[in-house]
Design a protein around this ligand. Structure first.
Ligand SMILES: NC(=O)c1ccc[n+]([C@@H]2O[C@H](COP(=O)([O-])OP(=O)(O)OC[C@H]3O[C@@H](n4cnc5c(N)ncnc54)[C@H](OP(=O)(O)O)[C@@H]3O)[C@@H](O)[C@H]2O)c1
Length: 226
């Protein structure tokens, strides 16, 4: 399988590259020019295409011939970075390619998610501060996902909980809605978020789903996993 990782140099991206290479996949990575050095440990085992991930021509070149695309949706800057990236991936990936996108729990597909007041406050404050400093545009990640949810491509939007570093604990568990008891612990190892993204490539039951994930060893997962 030939897989493109968009946002390959970030923490999540590097874990995804690592998992893909371990599975023997051919990997093409897109990252900002100034971040190419962050992929030094993999540079002999993958193709790196430097540039902004919302550059449509760059994405067209990167996803050519790929069976799947793993995209880190980041809302940085005020330049439609998330929606521009998502749109380019959907427009140029080959028909039938598996498209996996990452985002946070604040994304809702059907409005059935139930958020705590503290979570809503945190998203609101983070969004306002980010917008004020023109550093983060959370609404654009919402727009990116709105477009993905409408698309008839083979997409999966993986909604990550709060993240932590540490050794892998195994494949996270998931549920369709925030507020479901299994997700209560709200913690996933970043390496396992990446594992779930990569594992989704071969999970047909996740096509056109927006799983919300949590670490498989967290108390809520252990209590509610069947
Ligand atoms: N952090 C959390 O607690 C959390 C929680 C839930 C879900 N998520 C989701 O997880 C995914 C990755 O999150 P992460 O925290 O692990 O971050 P990450 O993997 O380190 O990703 C950050 C990405 O943003 C890029 N980036 C940084 N500054 C940028 C800028 N100014 N312009 C354009 N790109 C820029 C980085 O590229 P460079 O390598 O070039 O800097 C990197 O690819 C996202 O989809 C996020 O929504 C995160």
């Amino acid at each position: 399988m030939k897989v493109c990782v968009v946002g390959a140099s970030g923490k999540l991206g590097k874990y995804m590259v690592q998992h893909c290479l371990e599975l023997g996949y051919e990997v093409v990575g897109v990252c900002r020019e100034k971040s190419v050095g962050k992929l030094d440990e993999f540079k002999d085992k993958m193709t790196i295409i430097p540039g902004p991930t919302n550059d449509r021509e760059l994405i067209k070149q990167a996803v050519a011939g790929c069976d799947a695309v793993l995209t880190v949706l980041v809302p940085w800057g005020v330049q439609q970075y998330s929606s521009g990236t998502a749109q380019a991936v959907m427009d140029f990936a080959k028909p039938g390619a598996r498209l996996i996108f990452s985002c946070g729990w604040h994304i809702t597909r059907d409005g059935q998610d139930v958020y705590s007041n503290s979570f809503k406050l945190m998203v609101s404050i983070f969004g306002k501060i980010g917008r004020f400093f023109r550093a983060v545009e959370l609404d654009d990640q919402v727009e990116a996902c709105r477009r993905i949810f409408k698309s008839d491509t083979k997409w999966t939007v993986v909604r990550g909980s709060d993240l932590e570093e540490g050794e892998s604990q195994g494949l996270p568990v998931w549920s369709q809605h925030i507020g479901d008891p299994i997700l209560k612990s709200n913690k996933t190892r970043r390496i396992d978020f990446a594992l779930f993204m990569v594992d989704s490539l071969v999970k047909d039951n996740l096509i056109q789903e927006a799983p919300a994930i949590v670490g498989c060893q967290t108390p809520s997962a252990l209590e509610h996993s069947s």
